[in-house]
Each structure stands twice: as C-alpha cells, then as structure tokens.
Design a protein around this ligand. Structure first.
Ligand code: B12
Length: 211
C-alpha cells in the first residue's frame, strides 16, 4: 500500500501529470482514503519539492511542473475530500495587487499552499484593495496574501491593508506579503503580519500563522 504513495510522490516530483492522476485513481481503487493519498503522496512530494527549491536544487520551471502534476492528483481527490471529513488546512485568499500583472510567483505560492493542504481562493492579478476587502468578507479566510513585482505597485499593499482596516476586517486575517521588491522591513512598515521571500517559506510561515 505504501509503495503506491511513494510512486505518487515520485511522479509528482517528476511532473508526470497523467501518471499521477492514474496512480491516485489506483490508490482509491485499492481502498486508500483520499486524505491518506493527499498527505502521504501529494503533500509529501510538494514538501520535498519545496525543500529542494529552497536549497537551490530545483528551479522555478521544475516547481511549476511538479505543482501542475500535484493538481492533476488533486482534481481526482477534490470531490472525495469535500465529502470526507479530512480536515483541510486554513483558507487562504491570494492575489497580485492593483496595477500589477505579474503572476508567476503568486501562482507558485498558491500551488505550494494547495500542495500543503490549504484551501486557496485566487483573485488573480490587478486586484483592487476593495476586491481584497470583498473577498475577506465573502470567504472569511484565516490568511490573505498579496504579491507585487513592481516598486510602483507595492504601495498598493499598504492601500489594501488600510482598506481592510477601514472596513473593520483587518484583524480577522493574517496578512502575508511577497514579491521581488518586497522586504521584511516593508512588511513591518505597512503592518503586515509576515513576509516570505519564496514559495517554500511562504508555506512554512502560513502553517505557523494558521496555528
Ligand atoms: C516575467 C516578467 C514579466 C512578465 C509577467 C508575466 C506573468 N504572467 O507574470 C511580463 C512580460 C508581462 C512583465 C511585464 C512588466 N514588467 Co516584468 N518581469 C518579469 C520578470 C522577468 C520575472 C518575474 C517572475 O515571474 N519571477 C519568478 C517568480 C517565481 O519570482 P517572484 O515573482 O519573485 O515570486 C517569488 C517570491 O517573490 C515570492 N512571492 C511572490 N509573490 C508572493 C506573494 C506572497 C503572499 C508571498 C508570501 C510570497 C510571494 O514567492 C515566489 C516564488 O518563490 C522580472 C525580473 C525578475 N527577475 O524578477 C521582471 C520585472 C519584475 N518586470 C519589470 C517591469 C518594469 C515590467 C513592466 C513595467 C515592463 C514594461 N515596461 O512594460 C511590465 C509591467 C506590467 C504590469 N503592469 O505588471 C521590472 C520591475 C522593476 C521594478 N523594480 O519595479 C523587473 C524586475 C524587470 C527589470 N529588471 O526591470 N514582466
């Protein structure tokens, strides 16, 4: 039984989408619980991918390909997980701030979060502060992540934090910020709860913040 989980993990790591979907179906046919496949196959593999990315042994394209394969497995499991009582990690709203169209890093963070079991709501790019506020009201996430790649748009992180404060929902979420020009100091300056320099750290910090 455990062998199939190892095979799933290794096919996710190698980015073999079709193989992953097939193996996940096989594991289900063998009577394995969806949560066990998620944890022992898909998440275990993405944890490894995250560690190897952090260590510089994997690069962005490889991580994206692995994340896509993880998604192929998730697609099979999702309806079953929704039915079962598998505890899902916290809900995470994420988006690229207003005026900014860069989404590769944001997507990577989202996919790694999903790999770690978070339920993510992706608002896309060029997200107005008010749209973040509306999403917090609607989805009541534990965490909210903002991405910015331009020095001219990172100020929108501050504008969004202020909009959340004005709407009276700031304290209901932990705010995380990231993107190439963003720093720990900037995160502190605008009153965010955390900064992460890359997707693997983002997952670690999100896990901590979600408690
Ligand atoms: C790809 C790219 C584009 C693509 C974007 C495609 C896409 N779908 O994203 C296109 C061609 C559209 C583009 C357009 C522009 N770009 Co551009 N682009 C880049 C480039 C080459 C790579 C960015 C990238 O994807 N990196 C890879 C990802 C994985 O890294 P990342 O985004 O940093 O994300 C990681 C971390 O930062 C972190 N992270 C990211 N988001 C978040 C969020 C949270 C919550 C957390 C916790 C962590 C986190 O985790 C991620 C994964 O590890 C950079 C140069 C560079 N080397 O960074 C320039 C760059 C960002 N672009 C730049 C510019 C100037 C522009 C344009 C203005 C160009 C123009 N004159 O039209 C436009 C702006 C368009 C707009 N309004 O947004 C400048 C920005 C300069 C600055 N400091 O402001 C850069 C730095 C290039 C340069 N050296 O001049 N660009």
């Amino acid at each position: 039984m455990a062998d199939i989980l190892q095979n799933i993990a290794s096919e996710v790591y190698d980015g073999e989408e079709q193989e992953v979907a097939l193996l996940v179906k096989q594991a289900l046919d063998q009577g394995m619980a969806p949560g066990e496949i998620l944890q022992g196959g898909l998440i275990a593999s993405m944890d490894q991918v995250g560690q190897d990315f952090k260590a510089g042994d994997l690069y962005v394209p490889e991580v994206l390909i692995a994340a896509r394969a993880m998604h192929a497995g998730m697609d099979v499991l999702r309806p079953l997980l929704a039915e079962s009582d598998t505890p899902s990690a916290a809900r995470y709203v994420i988006g690229t701030v207003k005026g900014d169209l860069h989404d590769i890093g944001k997507n990577l963070v989202r996919m790694m979060l999903e790999g770690a079991g978070f339920e993510t709501i992706d608002l896309g790019t060029d997200v107005e502060p008010q749209a973040f506020v509306d999403a917090v009201r609607e989805h009541q996430p534990s965490l909210l992540g903002m991405s910015a790649l331009l020095t001219t748009t990172m100020v929108q992180m501050k504008a969004t934090t202020e909009a959340l404060e004005e709407a009276g929902v700031r304290d209901s979420v932990k705010i995380m910020v990231g993107g190439a020009p963003v720093t720990q100091a900037y995160a502190q300056e605008i009153g965010a709860d955390a900064y992460a320099p890359d997707a693997a750290s983002a997952v670690d910090i999100a896990r901590d913040l979600a408690g």
